[in-house]
Design a protein around this ligand. Structure first.
Ligand code: ZN
Length: 596
C-alpha cells in the first residue's frame, strides 16, 4: 500500500474506450479520426472532473499516432505515443487560461502556432478554462482561430459555456460532457478497488460516488484518501464517518417516525444527528434526497431515476408504498421552504425542528385539506347552468294529506252550488259548510311543524275562499288579466316582460292554471314576479283562491335564436370577434393573451 499512486492519475484513461460515461463524445471523436474529418477547433464543455482534459489528451495522442488500431485508438507503442505518454511530446501544448490570460501570453501562443509540427502530423493546443481569458486576449486569439494552419488543432475546455463569446462558439465544434452517473462512478471505483485489492462493498462505494456529485476526479481522490486512512479496507461505517455523511438508515427511521406522528421521538433522533456535528442544511438536503427517492420508487416507470446502490433500491421500493405521492410531495415542499429559510434564520436548529414538527403533522393537514378539496371540487364540478325548481307556495300545492281533505269538501261544494244554481253566493253563508272538516285540518298531529301549521291554516283559508266563490276560472278572463299585467310590465320596462309575453297559459282546474314557459330563465322571471302577479290576478279575476304553477314546456325552437343561453366568456369573445373582426386583429397586433 505504500506505493499507492493517486488513483486519479494512475487510472487516467489512455484510450477513448476507457473514458467513463462520455461514450457519446468518444465515439464521435473516434469516427472523425478514422474518417479524417477532424475539425480545427473544439469546445469541450461540462462540469469539472468529468473527463474534458483527459479526452483532449487522448485526442492529441491519437491523431499523431502512426499505427492506429482499426477502432481509431492510439497504439501506445509507436514513438509518438511513447513520447506523449512520457510527457515529452513537442506537439502538445496545454495552457491554463485561469492563470495565463493576458494578451501577451496569447500572442506567444499564436506565434508558436506558426511553426510546423516536429515529427508528427498535428500540433494540438489545449486551452483550459477558456472562459477566463480576458476580452483582449480573446481577440488576439480570434484571428488564429479563424484561419488556423492545417496542422493546428485547438481544443478549448470550459466549465462555463455561457461565458464564451459567440464569435468563438461559432468557430468551434462543441461537445457537451455529461455529469458521471452514480452507477458509472460506482462501477469505475469498484474496478479500481479490484485491481488494487481494496476490500469494500457497493454501499460504501455509493457513499463516495454520492459525495463526489458526478465528478469522477473527486470520487477518485476521495477513494485515495479513504484507502490511505483505512489501509486497504473500506467499511461502510468508517466511510460514513470520514465523509461526514448521514446514514440513509437514519432518514428511513425519521420518515417512519414523522409519518406516525411520533414527534418527540423524531426530535430526539434529530438531536442525536445534531450532536454528531451535522449541519442543519446538510441534514435537510439529505432528508429531501431520501423523500425524493421514495417518491421515485412509488412508480415503476420512474424507478429508473432511483440512482442508488442495489441494496438500497430494494429498501426504497419496500418502504415507498407506506406513503402516498401527495404526502411525499408536500413533505418535499416543506423541506424546500425550510432550506430557503435556513440561510437567513438566526436559530438554525429551531428552523430544522420546525420543519420536523410540520412534517409530523403533515398527514393531518393533508386530511383536512383533502376533505376541503372534495367539497370545493363538488361545487365547481357541477354544471354551472342554473337549475331552478318552481317555488311552490302553500296555495299552489298543499301537501297530499291536506289536499285530500281540502278537495273533498270542495267537490261537494261545487255540486251543491250547481244544484242550487246560485250564481254568486255570499261569503258568510258558505263558511258553516266547511266546519265539519275543520278539526282534521287545524288540529294537526304533534309531529307537524309550525310551518305546516301555517300551511294548513292557509289551505283552510283557500278552501273557505273557494267555498265562497263558486265561479270557475275561465280562459278568457285569465288571458285578459294576464295581458293587463303584461302591459303594466311594459310600461314599467320590466325585464321580465318578454317572459310574460312568451308564456302560454292553460287552465288546469276550477281555480287553477298553469303558466307554461320555454326555459329556466323565463321560469325564473315569472317566479320572481309571483307575489305581485298573484296579488294582481286576485284583484282582476273574480275567481277566489286562484292557484298557478310555472312549468317548463317543450323548448321553443325559436327560443334559441331569440333568447340565447348565457354565453361563457370565451363564447362572448368569439361572438364579439365575429361581429367586429378588428378586435381580433387588435389582439393579434398587441400579442395579447386572453385570460377567459
Ligand atoms: Zn501510437
Amino acid at each position: 500500500m505504500d506505493k499507492f499512486i493517486v488513483s486519479a492519475r494512475k487510472y487516467r484513461p489512455q484510450t477513448f474506450e476507457s473514458v467513463v460515461g462520455q461514450s457519446h463524445i468518444t465515439t464521435t471523436l473516434r469516427n472523425a479520426i478514422r474518417q479524417q474529418h477532424l475539425a480545427h477547433a473544439f469546445l469541450f464543455c461540462g462540469p469539472r472532473g468529468v473527463g474534458k482534459t483527459t479526452c483532449a489528451r487522448i485526442l492529441a495522442k491519437t491523431i499523431n499516432c502512426t499505427d492506429r488500431t482499426p477502432e481509431g485508438e492510439a497504439c501506445d507503442q509507436c514513438t509518438h505515443c511513447r513520447s506523449f505518454n512520457e510527457g515529452a511530446s513537442l506537439n502538445y501544448f496545454e495552457l491554463d487560461a485561469a492563470s495565463n490570460n493576458s494578451v501577451d501570453q496569447m500572442r506567444d501562443l499564436t506565434e508558436q502556432v506558426r511553426f510546423m509540427p516536429q515529427g508528427g502530423a498535428y500540433k494540438v493546443y489545449v486551452i483550459d478554462e477558456v472562459h477566463m481569458l480576458s476580452t483582449s486576449a480573446f481577440n488576439a486569439f480570434l484571428k488564429t482561430l479563424e484561419e488556423p494552419p492545417s496542422y493546428a488543432i485547438f481544443i478549448l475546455a470550459t466549465t462555463e459555456k455561457h461565458k464564451i463569446l459567440p464569435t468563438i462558439l461559432s468557430r468551434c465544434q462543441i461537445f457537451d460532457f455529461k455529469r458521471i452517473t452514480l452507477r458509472d462512478t460506482i462501477d469505475h471505483l469498484s474496478a479500481i478497488c479490484q485491481k488494487e485489492s481494496i476490500k469494500t462493498d457497493e454501499n460504501t462505494l455509493q457513499l463516495i460516488a454520492q459525495k463526489s456529485e458526478g465528478c469522477l476526479r473527486d470520487a477518485l481522490s476521495l477513494l485515495d484518501k479513504l484507502v490511505s486512512f483505512s489501509g486497504g479496507q473500506l467499511s461502510y461505517a468508517q466511510t460514513l464517518e470520514h465523509l461526514n455523511i448521514l446514514d440513509a438508515d437514519l432518514y428511513f427511521q425519521l420518515m417512519d417516525l414523522l409519518h406516525q406522528q411520533k414527534l418527540s421521538e423524531a426530535l430526539v433522533l434529530y438531536d442525536g444527528i445534531h450532536q454528531k456535528g451535522f449541519e442543519g442544511d446538510q441534514f435537510l438536503s439529505g432528508l429531501a434526497e431520501c423523500i425524493r427517492n421514495l417518491l421515485v420508487s412509488l412508480d415503476e416507470k420512474a424507478a429508473a431515476l432511483l440512482d442508488v446502490a442495489e441494496g438500497f433500491q430494494e429498501r426504497y421500493r419496500q418502504t415507498a408504498p407506506r406513503y402516498t405521492a401527495g404526502y411525499l410531495v408536500s413533505a418535499l415542499n416543506l423541506i424546500n421552504q425550510a432550506e430557503i429559510q435556513f440561510r437567513t434564520a438566526r436559530n438554525k436548529r429551531l428552523q430544522v425542528e420546525m420543519a420536523l414538527i410540520k412534517l409530523a403533522y403533515l398527514n393531518q393537514a393533508l386530511d383536512l385539506s383533502s376533505s376541503d378539496g372534495r367539497s370545493k371540487k363538488k361545487m365547481t364540478d357541477s354544471p354551472l347552468a342554473f337549475r331552478i325548481r318552481p317555488i311552490r307556495i302553500a296555495t299552489a300545492r298543499p301537501d297530499s294529506s291536506t289536499q285530500a281533505q281540502v278537495t273533498k269538501p270542495e267537490a261537494k261544494l261545487i255540486l251543491e252550488t250547481t244544484e242550487k244554481k246560485e250564481p254568486k253566493p255570499a261569503t258568510p253563508t258558505a263558511t258553516p259548510t266547511t266546519t265539519p272538516s275543520t278539526p282534521g285540518l287545524i288540529t294537526p298531529s304533534p309531529k307537524i311543524s309550525a310551518l305546516s301549521k301555517i300551511r294548513d291554516q292557509f289551505a283552510q283559508q283557500v278552501k273557505e275562499n273557494t267555498a265562497a266563490n263558486h265561479k270557475t276560472l275561465s280562459d278568457e278572463e285569465l288571458h285578459l288579466a294576464w295581458k293587463q299585467y303584461t302591459e303594466r310590465l311594459r310600461t314599467q320596462k320590466d325585464p321580465a316582460l318578454p317572459s310574460f309575453e312568451r308564456a302560454r297559459l292553460e287552465v288546469a282546474g276550477p281555480t287553477e292554471f298553469q303558466v307554461i314557459v320555454h326555459n329556466n330563465i323565463e321560469q325564473r322571471f315569472i317566479e320572481q314576479e309571483r307575489n305581485a302577479l298573484y296579488e294582481f290576478l286576485s284583484r282582476h279575476i273574480s275567481v277566489k283562491g286562484l292557484q298557478f304553477q310555472v312549468v317548463l314546456g317543450e323548448p321553443d325552437p325559436e327560443a334559441s335564436s331569440t333568447e340565447p343561453a348565457p354565453l361563457s366568456s370565451r363564447d362572448q369573445y368569439q361572438a364579439m370577434i365575429a361581429q367586429y373582426p378588428l378586435v381580433e386583429a387588435l389582439k393579434e397586433k398587441l400579442g395579447l393573451d386572453l385570460d377567459y
